[in-house]
Design a protein around this ligand. Sequence first.
Ligand SMILES: [Zn+2]
Length: 112
Amino acid sequence: MAEERERLVKKVSYDMPRATKNKVEAIVFKQLQEQKHIEEMEPVDPELTLRPDTSKTLRVSTAKKYYHNGKWEMSTVEKEECWSCCMNADPNSEGCVAVKVDKQRWILSSYT
Ligand SMILES: [Zn+2]
């Protein structure tokens, strides 16, 4: 601790050549106190990060669902059958409207 103190005194008086001896002492004292405090704060258990891994408990399970909000019908413009919403000519196409579905979410609506 004494060596650390001497080292700090040298460093502070080098950094602030015009500082009085009292001021240098005060700065060194403060820095030593802070170091001590940090050492005391060090968690004993290295696994204890206070930031737990929530990836297993808070699983995000969102999926995207696609659908057409139009109708599969004969288009008067294209003269062939297509989806009225996006003019897609493939009846099995994925859908032009994407919605996010959260599988973990509670469904609160009910039949009344
Ligand atoms: Zn569509």
